[in-house]
Design a protein around this ligand. Structure first.
Ligand SMILES: [Zn+2]
Length: 290
């Protein structure tokens, strides 16, 4: 199938056409999942397909005979390289990656560079797990979300909420410490139980049921700890809108995204209504944390 895909790609067929066909036919990847354009694209240029041992796995014996000939391999590598657009511009890391969801299919939107016109966030096509039904201009969305977050952390409503979390600050802190030490104790108990099972002191049945019991409590506590930490982070953001704006340009994309993710659970991008050329911030429905 890979040999067939290589031939078709070199004949001009698209990766996504092949991926769609394979997924329709129920052909899955080595790990049993559906094919994606990226997985097929990266497999086709692997040197081991042509029987060449990759430096990274040198020492590991080639476990199958070559699937494609050297010439085909070289043509695939050249094609792959030519797909990367011209002089690679510094790859833009998109601020809202992981936060934006498509109104239609609920899938995550991705940043999409365009050589003409502004970059977009788009719901990727079915081979990438989306519906390709939504697109929004990246710069507009980034700006609008920042505006909404700044307004949020400076709002009275937000101040009221974090004040409520904050009320007994010291007991809040000691609750957190207790929870963390209980988590550690639970972990040790789980290890003891495994030893007891291994040495025959308890049956496998008993071990499984104790483990389920303790594991469930540990999970619940981990959720609590995460909640405390999030509330703490939110509390620190109250009233800092002006400072956020002042420092925004000096922050890395990762830091900006981390800050947004403290306040925002996710953002649903609604359908564009005509006139489509006009950006409306109302298309962005923010779901807040806390
Ligand atoms: Zn979608």
């Amino acid at each position: 199938m890979l040999r067939d895909a290589a031939r078709r790609i070199l004949d001009g067929e698209t990766l996504s056409a092949i991926v769609q066909e394979w997924n329709r036919r129920g052909v899955c990847t080595a790990s049993g999942g559906p094919w994606r354009v990226n997985s097929l694209s990266s497999i086709l240029v692997q040197p081991r397909l042509a029987g060449l041992v990759n430096d990274a796995v040198e020492g590991a014996a080639q476990s199958f005979p070559p699937i494609i000939d050297l010439h085909t391999h070289q043509r695939l590598v050249a094609l792959h390289a030519s797909r990367r657009k011209g002089p690679r511009r510094a790859t833009r890391r998109y601020l809202l990656t992981g936060l934006l969801r498509c109104w239609r299919c609920g899938g995550g939107l991705r940043g999409m560079p365009r050589s003409r016109g502004a970059d977009l966030y788009v719901c990727p096509g079915p081979p990438h797990g989306g519906c390709s039904g939504t697109a929004i201009t990246a710069d507009h969305a980034d700006e609008a979300v920042l505006d909404m977050v700044v307004a949020r952390v400076d709002s009275d409503d937000f101040a009221g909420r974090v004040a409520a979390y904050d009320a007994p600050a010291s007991s809040h802190q000691s609750d957190l410490r207790n929870t963390v030490s209980m988590l550690a104790a639970n972990q040790r108990k789980l290890e003891d139980l495994a030893d007891m099972w291994a040495s025959g002191e308890i049956s496998r049945q008993e071990w499984l049921s104790l483990k389920r019991n303790l594991g469930g409590r540990a999970d619940a506590m981990a959720v609590e700890v995460a909640r405390f930490e999030r509330l703490d982070a939110l509390r620190l953001l109250a009233g800092t809108g002006r400072a956020i704006r002042a420092n925004w340009s000096t922050m890395s994309v990762e830091r900006r995204r981390a800050l947004l993710a403290t306040v925002i659970d996710h953002v649903v991008v609604l359908q564009a209504e005509p006139p489509r050329q006009v950006f409306r911030p109302q298309r962005l429905q923010l779901a807040w944390m806390g």
